[in-house]
Every structure is written in C-alpha cells, then in structure tokens.
Design a protein around this ligand. Structure first.
Ligand SMILES: [Zn+2]
Length: 431
C-alpha cells in the first residue's frame, strides 16, 4: 500500500513536471539529452589541455577550442590579450541587438593545475563520473554555458537574445592590477542587467550562490624602540614592536569578531630586531634576542566581508585600533587591492527564485542559497556593482576541486544546462 502510494506520487510529480514546461522548453531539454555525448567529448578535449593560469599557451588553446563553438551560434568572438596584466587573456563572445534583458554568462578557462602537476588527464571513473584537472572548476561549467546556448538555438530562441559570454583566463590567480585584469568582465557587467556565473559552487546542485564574500589582504607594520630588555616599559623604550603587534591582533579579535558573516585572519607574523619580508613568496626571516626589545613586527592577513558597507566599516575600525599604539610604538595598516563582495540583494534572491522554479518544473527540485561563509570570492563578484541581479554556482556538480582527486558528475552537465536554458528562456519571454 505504501509502495503503491509512493509510485502514484512519483507518477503525479513527473506528470506535473511535464505539464509545467512548455513545448519550447521541452524542445530544449530534448536537445540537451540528445547532445550529451558530444558535450562530454568536448569536456574531455578541454580537460586534456593543460590550462594552469600561468600556462598562457594552454589557456589560449582552451579558448581556441571553444571559439568556433560560439561562432557557430552567431556570436562575435574575440580573445582579449592579457599581457598588460601578465596573464593569457580572456574569451569574450557577444550577441547583441536582440530583445529582452541583457544577460552575461561567466566562465573561466584556467585551472589551478600548472604543467608541473601530476594531474593532467580526463579519466572516466564510471558511467556518470569523471576525474580531471578543472573538470568541475570549471571546464564543466563552460560546457554547460555552451549546451544552454545551443539548446536555445535549437528552439529558435537564441537569435534575438542579448548575451555576452566572458570566460576569463585568470580566475584562479588574477592578473594585477585588477582594474586591468577584470576590465573585460566589468565592461560586460556594465552592459548587462543580469549576470550568471557557472562556477561549481559548493558542488551541490540543490544550491546556488546569491552572495559571496569579498576578500582583501592587509599588512600591519609595527615599529618600536630597540633597547636592552631590562629597559622595556620605561618611558623612553616603551612596549616594543611585538607587544604592540599582539595588542592590535588581540583587539581585532575582541572587537570585530561579533560582526555577522565577517572573518579576518592573520596568516603570518614576523618580529624581532631585524626582519625581512618577501611579499611575493609570502615568506620572511627574523633575528631577535630574548634580551632585546623588538624593533619591528610585520603581520599579514585577510578580511572576508559580505558587503562593501561592512568592509568599509571594518577597515575603519581596524585603522582606529591600529592608531591607538602602546607607548613608544607606531603601527600602520595597509589594505591591498581586493575582491568585492557579492551582496545578497533582493534582485539576486528573485533571480534564484526563478532558477529554482525552472528546476522544480523540470522535476529537479528546489534550489536554495549557499551559506556565504562557505563561498569564496569569484569573478561574478566583480559584476555586483553593475547588474540588477546575479547568481553563481550554476556549473557542474563535483567534489575535491583544486586537488588531484577533482571529480565531476557528468549527468549534471545535462541537468544544469536544462535549468539554465529554462531560466534564460523565461527571462527573455516573461518580461
Ligand atoms: Zn573556478
């Protein structure tokens, strides 16, 4: 009896799912299923091209493999050279002049696996799973973008749409300055109303990102008066650099820890009589004797904040804590160029609701927002100041990204493309 009820329930829900999608939408989902083999083949081809961020030729080769695919869909495609910011560059594909909202689709060509890595090849583990460098983060996402657009074309809906696709060549290790390396992305974001990121998110297709915390690095530099240790705390010598550095860190900990969705972490400290600090290699040396008051201390760390407003407030608090120095010491803090936050706006929430509805209508279940504490900064964050709505994490499900065990769920190539195709179609037709 129980089983029978369950079966009837399953039949009804799949009937409901069928009824919930239109004929056009059914054409798109059928196209995606029929072309799954080609999608997996193209994924295998690009996973087998090493495109570690600093392997510029490899990043370009991934772009060269994908460019004809976009051209076949009627896009104007260019590869924007990245020599000004010491990276390979970005693939930019443009289809403009149509009707409906302006939509930006975001991918990236690079991976964290450079040519020296032992992890270089696509390998099928079973019918539905494959391992490979960057398979989920995010070559699978790039393929999902293509499948989505091909499905829209198959339904006759792509030709009058407004779409930009930007696949950056340096998501994993951004070129500097960011003002140059993120320019192509930001230019398209300024044009767009809506941004969709196809990162793997947290690897779970039941979730997507409506917010990502921004991150910014900081460096605390402290100077004290060197002297014999027996003179520490005297009027002339004061506290020394190491006491002052620990005061600053302890006050950060006590006064900023209560901020919602904020983290800040000192990752390195160097202190003593003489220190060296190499920012490029994140390393340094220290010399100091127990009987000498420390002259210098350097601390480096990061801040992860949920919005630009929070980041601004936290920076001001940190500055004011830093300026309150112990006797005969002087501290300064500097903040590096950072990644902006993708704040959880009402627009982003509305876009997620549309996406979730599309997923439910496909019989794939609801999609909820990822806890931003579990989501790092990504390219989509650079669009946040410029678009009305943005979500990310629409890419391939998988696990263990950034490790040699990275796997992708091949079935999710199709299911994620179907969800995105319905979302794009509905954004176009429902406005
Ligand atoms: Zn990624």
């Amino acid at each position: 009896m129980k089983l029978q009820t369950l079966l009837i329930g399953v039949c009804l829900s799949s009937l409901n799912a069928m009824a919930a999608i239109s004929n056009k939408e059914a054409t798109m989902t059928a196209f995606i299923d029929e072309n799954q083999t080609q999608a997996v083949q193209l994924l295998e081809e690009i996973v087998n091209i090493n495109s570690g961020t600093m392997n510029f030729a490899g990043v370009k080769q991934v772009a060269d493999t994908l460019i004809p695919q976009f051209e076949a869909l009627g896009f104007d495609v260019s590869f924007e050279d990245g020599s000004a910011f010491d990276r390979a560059g970005h693939l930019v594909a443009i289809k403009a002049g149509g009707t409906g909202p302006r939509i930006l689709l975001i991918g990236h060509l690079d991976t964290v696996f450079e040519p020296e890595s032992t992890f270089q090849h696509f390998e099928k583990i079973d019918d539905h799973t494959a391992r490979g460098p960057g398979i989920a983060d995010m070559k699978g996402g790039n393929i999902i973008i293509l499948q989505t657009l091909k499905a829209l074309q198959a339904a006759g809906e792509l030709k009058d749409m407004n779409v930009h696709v930007v696949m950056t060549g340096d998501e994993e290790l951004s070129g500097r300055p960011l003002s140059l390396s993120k320019k192509a992305l930001i230019d398209s974001a300024k044009w767009a109303d809506i941004a969709l990121g196809f990162e793997n998110g947290d690897g779970n297709p039941k979730t997507a990102n409506i917010s990502r915390r921004g991150s910014v690095g900081w460096t605390l530099t402290v100077k004290g008066v060197p002297s014999h240790s027996s003179r520490v705390f005297s009027d002339k010598v004061g506290a020394g650099a190491i006491y002052e550095a620990s005061r600053v860190l302890n006050t950060f900990y006590n006064e900023l820890r209560s901020e919602d969705l904020l983290t800040f972490n000192p990752g390195k400290i160097i202190g003593g009589t003489t220190v060296t600090h190499d920012q490029t290699s994140n390393s340094g040396t220290a010399f100091g004797k127990s009987n000498v008051v420390a002259e210098t201390a350097i601390v480096t760390g990061d801040i992860r904040a949920i919005s630009e407003t929070q980041l601004k407030r936290v920076k001001q608090k940190m500055q004011s804590i830093v300026s309150d120095s112990l006797p005969q010491t002087h501290s300064t803090i500097t903040f590096a160029e950072g990644y902006p936050a993708l704040a959880p706006t009402d627009g982003n929430k509305a876009l997620l609701n549309l996406y979730s509805k599309a997923s439910e209508d496909l019989g794939l279940g609801a999609v909820v927002a990822v806890n931003p504490l579990n989501a790092g900064a990504a390219d989509v964050s650079f669009t946040s100041a410029h678009v009305d709505m943005a979500i990310d994490g629409l890419g391939m499900s998988g696990a263990d990204a950034h490790t040699v065990n990275e796997v992708g769920n091949l079935r999710s190539l199709a299911s994620q493309a179907k969800r995105a195709a319905l979302l794009l179609y509905r954004l176009k037709t429902q406005e």
